[in-house]
Design a protein around this ligand. Structure first.
Ligand code: GAR
Length: 197
C-alpha cells in the first residue's frame, strides 16, 4: 500500500524538515516542500533529497487568498493530505485552513501559550524563565494558537546561553516532530479503516 502523502512548509534553515525526511520509519511520504523565502537553506535540503519544491515570494501576489489558492492546487495535484509547518513564519489563511481542516500541524519552540510568534526562544530567555520547551499543535487562524497535540519541556539552567538552550530545544524538536507525525497519521488511518468496516 502506498504511503500517505504530506507536504512541509518552511521558511528558513530547514533542520526540522531534514529531521522529518531523514527519520527512520516515517509513515508518510514528503512529496513537496513549500517555501516562501527564495534562497532559504531548506530549499537546498529538498534538492539534495530530490523532493519537489514550490518556492514563492508572497509579495508577488496581490493577497494571501490569491497565493493560497495556488498552494491548494499544488497540494491537491501532489495528492497531499497532511501539511506540516516547520519554521513557516506566516499565518495560514482560510483557503488552506478550510481545505485542510484538522490536517495542518505546526511546531513551535516554547511551551504555548507562552511566547508565541517570532523568536520564542529569545523571548523566553529574556523573560528569565527556568523552563521552556517545544509545542506541536493543530493550526488555526491565530498566531501559534490551536489545540495542542504534544509538549515537551526543557530546563533553562543558570549557565545556559541562548545558544545552548536553542540547541537543546532543537534536539527535542527533531525527534518529537517525526514521532508526532507518525502518531497522527496512524490514528487518522485507523479512524478511516474503522469507518470503512
Ligand atoms: C523551529 O525552532 C520551529 O519550532 C520554529 O522555527 C524554527 C525553524 O527551524 N517555528 C516557529 O517559531 C513558529 N512560530 P528550522 O528551519 O531549522 O527547522
Amino acid at each position: 500500500m502506498s504511503k500517505v502523502k504530506a507536504c512541509v512548509f518552511a521558511s528558513g534553515t530547514g533542520s526540522n524538515f531534514q529531521a522529518i525526511i531523514e527519520s527512520e520509519n516515517l509513515n508518510c511520504e514528503i512529496v513537496l516542500l513549500v517555501c516562501d523565502k527564495p534562497g532559504a537553506r531548506v530549499i537546498e535540503i529538498a534538492e539534495k533529497y530530490s523532493i519537489p519544491t514550490f518556492v514563492f515570494h508572497p509579495k508577488d501576489y496581490t493577497s494571501k487568498a490569491v497565493y493560497e489558492k495556488i498552494l491548494v492546487e499544488k497540494l491537491k495535484s501532489a495528492g497531499v493530505t497532511w501539511v506540516f509547518l516547520a519554521g513557516y513564519m506566516r499565518l495560514i489563511g482560510p483557503e488552506l485552513l478550510d481545505t485542510y481542516e484538522g490536517k495542518i500541524v505546526n511546531i513551535h519552540p516554547s511551551l504555548l501559550p507562552d511566547f508565541p510568534g517570532k523568536d520564542a526562544i529569545g523571548q523566553a530567555f529574556q523573560a528569565g524563565v527556568d523552563k521552556t520547551g517545544v509545542t506541536i499543535h493543530f493550526v488555526d487562524a491565530g498566531m501559534d494558537t490551536g489545540p495542542v497535540i504534544a509538549q515537551e519541556s526543557v530546563e533553562v539552567l543558570e549557565n545556559d546561553t541562548i545558544h545552548t538552550v536553542t540547541a537543546r530545544i532543537q534536539k527535542i524538536e527533531h525527534t518529537l516532530y517525526p514521532k508526532v507525525i507518525n502518531q497522527l497519521i496512524n490514528e487518522s488511518e485507523a479512524t478511516l479503516c474503522a469507518k470503512e468496516l
